[in-house]
Write a protein that binds this ligand. Structure first.
Ligand code: ADP
Ligand code: ADP
Length: 226
């Protein structure tokens, strides 16, 4: 599904990634964890095609990301960041359907998908006309997830998706998101710096330190290791 091979990335200071090899298996949640600055977001941005590696290759669904035209690949990915990244000047409806409108989906198909997604993330339909600033933090992340799911992507890239939320809302959304990923059978690559969250979501946990992968294991194995 997604594979990183021999990835090096340097923004000009301390290298962000130094020789990373990683396979992200289909229909599972892979969690990247590690201290701030260890390169987690950089890996996600590489997968999303937002930046390019200095050396190495990123493969997505059998094609090299850096050589293939990015747009078709990006349409197969949903990307969600910590603060939701919603456009403040667009309503919830317009945020979620932005790409579908660019792709000329007919109105009826857009509205049907929108209703399906609102139901999936339990967003009251009345919220669709609101603007991001009129939503709670938890509702904003529900909408960000709707936007990420709108085109039914093969891969979800989630960068600290719940990192900005209050503990109780976070707890509630963790359960809901995990249920949604399992139900949809999505391939997920998620970044967190919270070990409990990593263990809760991850079929596989990848531990990064200073741009290296230091360990990859199932949560059980990781917790039992010294
Ligand atoms: P993490 O997500 O684990 O906190 P990042 O991937 O954001 O780590 O960052 C890895 C390293 O790359 C850090 O040293 C960070 O300061 C640096 N870095 C990340 N983004 C940029 C950027 N746009 N410009 C310069 N340095 C960056
Ligand atoms: P353009 O290159 O024409 O400006 P982009 O591909 O950058 O368009 O998309 C515009 C916005 O839509 C960006 O904020 C991007 O993050 C978001 N976006 C693009 N593809 C997806 C997707 N598959 N799922 C969710 N959001 C997406």
């Amino acid at each position: 599904m997604l594979r990183f091979e021999g990835i090096f990335k340097d923004y000009g200071g301390t290298p962000a990634l130094v020789g990373v090899d990683l396979d992200v298996p289909e229909a599972q949640t892979t969690v990247l964890i590690g201290p701030s600055g260890c390169g987690k977001s950089t890996l996600l941005r590489l997968a999303a095609g937002l930046i390019r590696p200095d050396r190495g290759q990123v493969w997505f669904e059998g094609a090299r990301l850096e050589t293939a035209s990015l747009r078709p690949a990006r349409l197969r990915m949903g990307y969600m960041i910590q603060d939701g990244g919603l456009f403040p000047h667009l309503s919830v409806r317009d945020n979620v359907t932005l790409m579908a409108r660019r792709l000329d989906w007919p109105r009826q198909r857009r509205e049907q998908r929108l209703a399906e997604l609102a139901d999936l993330v339990q967003l009251p339909p009345a919220m669709l006309a609101r603007y991001p600033i009129e939503l709670s933090g938890g509702q904003r992340q529900r909408v960000a997830l709707m936007r990420a799911l709108m085109l039914d992507p093969d891969l979800l890239l989630l960068d600290e998706p719940l990192g900005a939320l209050d503990p109780m809302i976070r707890f509630e959304l963790q359960r809901e998101l995990k249920g949604i990923f399992a139900r949809l059978g999505k391939t997920v690559l998620m970044v967190t710096h919270d070990l409990a969250e990593a263990v809760f979501f991850g079929h596989r946990i990848v531990l990064l330190r200073a741009g290296h992968i230091v360990q990859q294991a199932e949560p059980r194995v990781l917790l039992d290791s010294p």
